[in-house]
Structures are given as structure tokens and as C-alpha cells.
Write a protein that binds this ligand. Sequence first.
Ligand code: B12
Ligand code: SF4
Length: 470
Amino acid sequence: MRKLWPFGNNNEKTSNIVWLDLGDLGDLVSPNGPHEQWQDHGLGLLRTILQQNGILTDVLSTRAVTSWGQLRKQLVGYEMMIMNVRSYTFPVACKAAQIFKEVNPNGLVLTGGMHATVAPEEMTAVAEFDKICQGPGENVIVDLVRDPHAFPRLFLGQGARSMAEWPMIDRTLWPQPASRKLRRGFNWPLEPECGWGPPGVATILTSRVCPWQCVFCNEASYIPNMGRRPVEMVIDELNYLDDTYGPVGSVVIHDSMFFQNPSWLEEWIEKYPRRANKVWPYWAAARSDTVRQWPHLFEALLRETNWTTISIGFESGSDRILRLLNKECTEDDNLFTIDLVNRIGDDLARQGKTVPKFWANIMMGIPGETHEDAFKTLRMLKMMKHVLPSISYYAPYPGSALGNQLIAEGKSMMTKENYHRYPDDEKVVGVDYQFYKELLAGKYDDEVNRGLDAYAQRKSGVFADALIKA
Ligand code: B12
Ligand code: SF4
């Protein structure tokens, strides 16, 4: 429908409280890639709750400026600054807090977010962080902002029991793209296209918790269990976004694990095609073991709900490494899923319909990985007929079992000044990154092609462009 521009925020000071959105300088001016432009649901949710309780906040963003000097000017005069700190935004948060205190010596800095949960000792070491909330903040944020001095410096937040209790995010509270060029294709307060489906993109969360325990991630250990958002609420929110800011072109379901809770998924299959304004194509995540466990459910989702980009954490094509990662998926589970999606894709292509693609998450440079393990991973990737590969070097994040172990052994190269990484940054001591560079450049094609069928052999073995930040 019609587009009013601009909605909401425009950097005019309207409150004494500012929420600072975090990310690399310039990412909302001239971004490096589409994923840098995605909006923060934590910020959106908590600002919405504050607003509904009569507490207005301004929003500024480190992504919307291109120098610290610009941010410094914008921060002058605020009494309180709030930030959602993740490990990869920790360095930016530290610098911003320092500047905030320089220009507002009596101001207060309130922080929360994933890094506070997994690395409290790094957070408490930053003198500028006055309050640090670990865990979920939805049931504490209002009291905290009203009376911060009633809280100890480091404290445990409180979450909702179910995502049904979360209000719908007021997306006009998200920061705006900050250049004329970026505004053109952004579709704010929807989000820009990233190659997964047509614009405007609506990102949404239906679940927060993943019950598995992969040692490089392990979400269950730090995100408290909470009920999934009811199917009808999800669809109604998408319809509202379409009617109010649309047209919506495609949806990204940001859940860590969408393909869980079969009863929820069955209801989604039944209601999404009937109740949604349009059966928008969407991106969502699954695991290969559960695809093998519930293949009919998976196939119905692909065929009936327009699930066109299937994100799967394949990670490795080698059982040895999958076991080391506690992935609980096997080489056979991965191959089963690849074969199923290849076959469904061929069938849908024959019918002239959209062919679903994998967003295939792959890790390289896992400590202990041999050359043959890595060749097997690339063989697996070449078997996928329709695929957007997303390859990253394994990164030892705090909070994950393997990350904690490597940090304790002094083998992590991810210093706290450099959580923010570039795709080819070296992350673990002792990993032969030169080998992986050559592998992704196609130098070992002969070994990789060994045993593959003619179709897979013909596919390019050069994957250097698919290497992403991790
Ligand atoms: C969606 C998502 C993304 C999206 C969008 C990110 C964005 N702009 O928000 C994309 C795909 C871009 C992304 C990318 C990455 N992500 Co990500 N992502 C997520 C995911 C699945 C959901 C985030 C979310 O919206 N959660 C819901 C909101 C409501 O929760 P929240 O933001 O944490 O906020 C709550 C609390 O933290 C707290 N809170 C937050 N702020 C404050 C402030 C105060 C004052 C208080 C009191 C409370 C409080 O209250 C909120 C409500 O409960 C999470 C996993 C998860 N389930 O949370 C991973 C996660 C955040 N990502 C992670 C990682 C590692 C990455 C990548 C590095 C992955 C990669 N290999 O590329 C990249 C980095 C991107 C970059 N720019 O460099 C890690 C972070 C680990 C860490 N220690 O910080 C997580 C936890 C996944 C994991 N288990 O590994 N990601
Ligand atoms: S990697 Fe995926 S499956 Fe494993 S714990 Fe994390 S979100 Fe869950």
C-alpha cells in the first residue's frame, strides 16, 4: 500500500534517553552487505515495551554514522544510554560508552544482551557500563529505566514465559537507513532484499530457543526456554505489515531453529496458505536429522507454504567432525536431506514452480579437521543442485562449549577488541588457514571430485566468494 516517508525517528532530540543501535560504522550509510542492514529485534521489542509504558526514547545508531566524531555530537545532552550488546558488537559498545561518558559525565549507561549473558567478566571490566542485565529483559526494562539505582550493577533479567506475551514490535522504532541511496531500496520499516526473496522483506521470530547442544553454539545453555509465538499471531503480524508498510515481498523467519515442534508446523501448513494476505516465500532454518525424522512434514512445508530458502547447518561432510561438534546429525542425514531437496526441486521445476534452494551453512577450520574431512565437506556441497553456500571459518564464541574450552586453552585468536571479524580472519591457533584459502580457491579440485557423479564434478569447486563473517 502507500508509503509515508519518513516514519518515526529523524535524529531530533525528543527525550533524555537514547537507545544506541550497534553495528559497524557506516552499515546504514553504505553497507558492506545486506545482512549488515538487518534490524535488531531485541532493540525493537524493548523500545516498544518502553513506549507502551509511557517511556519515550530516541534512537541513534553507530551504523548510521561514518565517524566517531559524528556520534559524539549526537550523544551530547542525554542522561541515559541503552544498548543491546552481542559479542560481535562488544568493541563498538565499549567505544560508544566511553564517548557517551566523555560528553555526559553524569549520564548512565544501561546494557544487556547476549554478551552480558555469556561474558559478564568482560562486561563488568568496562567502567562505563553502569548497569549490566544478563538474560532476557522484557519484564525488567521498564523498572530498570524508571529507577536504575534500585538495581545492582550486574543482575539477572526476567523474560516472558511465552512469546505470545510479546507485543508486536513497532517497527518505526527501528533506526532508519542514513543515506539517500540506501533509502531507495530499503523499504523501511520493512527491510531490504538480500537475494533470498523479493522486497520488501519482513523479518520475524516465531521461536527463540533451540534445544540442541552443538558445541560451537549451544543456545539452550543461555536462552531460557519459552513458548513459541502462536501461528495466528505470526500470520496476523505479517498481514499487518503488508497492509501498513507493504507490499511485503518475502519473509525471513529469524528463528535459530524453525523446523521444530511438529504440531506448530502442522498448524502453520494449515493456516499460512489460507490466512496470510499472500503465501510469501520465506527463509527459515532446519536440521538434517529432523528432516530425516519428519520427511513428510518437511516436504509439505516446501510444497504448500512456499519455504523457498532452507537454511541448514550442515557444517561438515564428515562424521568425525560432526561428532566432535556434537551436531547429532550424520553424513547420512545430510545426504538424505540433499537428495530429498534435489528431488523435490526437480519436480517443482517440471511444474514450472519456484525451486527451493539451500542456504547451506558450512564451517571450515574446525580444530582437529583433516584435509580429507574438508574435501568431504566440499563434496557434499557440490551434490546440492540449488544452493547458496554460506561458508565460514569456525569462530570460538564465548558461551559455547568449544569456544569456552579454546579460550581457556589460550587458542582463541578472537580478542575482545576484534570479536568483529572479517571473513578470512584467522580465529584459532594452529589451524592451517593457507590450506583453506587454497581449497576454497579450487586448488584441490581433483581430490574433491573423487567419487562424485558427473553432475557434481561439473559444478565449480571455487567457493572463495561464499566465505562470510563468522
Ligand atoms: C536474528 C539473528 C541474526 C540476524 C540479525 C541480527 C540482528 N541485526 O539482530 C543475522 C542473520 C544478521 C545474524 C548474524 C550474525 N549472528 Co546472529 N543471531 C540472530 C538470532 C537467531 C536472533 C536474535 C534475536 O533477535 N533474538 C531475539 C531478541 C528479542 O533477543 P535479544 O536481541 O538477545 O534481546 C533480548 C536480551 O538480550 C535482552 N536485552 C537486550 N538488550 C538489552 C538491554 C537492556 C538494558 C536489558 C535490560 C536487556 C536487554 O532483552 C531482550 C529481550 O529478551 C540470535 C539467536 C537468538 N535466539 O537470540 C543469533 C545470535 C545473536 N547471533 C550470533 C552470531 C554469532 C551471529 C554472527 C556472527 C553469525 C555468523 N556466523 O555470521 C552474525 C554476525 C552479524 C554481524 N553483523 O556481524 C550469536 C551471538 C553470540 C554472542 N555471544 O553474542 C547468537 C546468539 C547465535 C548463537 N547462538 O551463536 N544474526
Ligand atoms: S547450531 Fe543450530 S542446531 Fe545447533 S544449537 Fe545452535 S541453533 Fe541449535
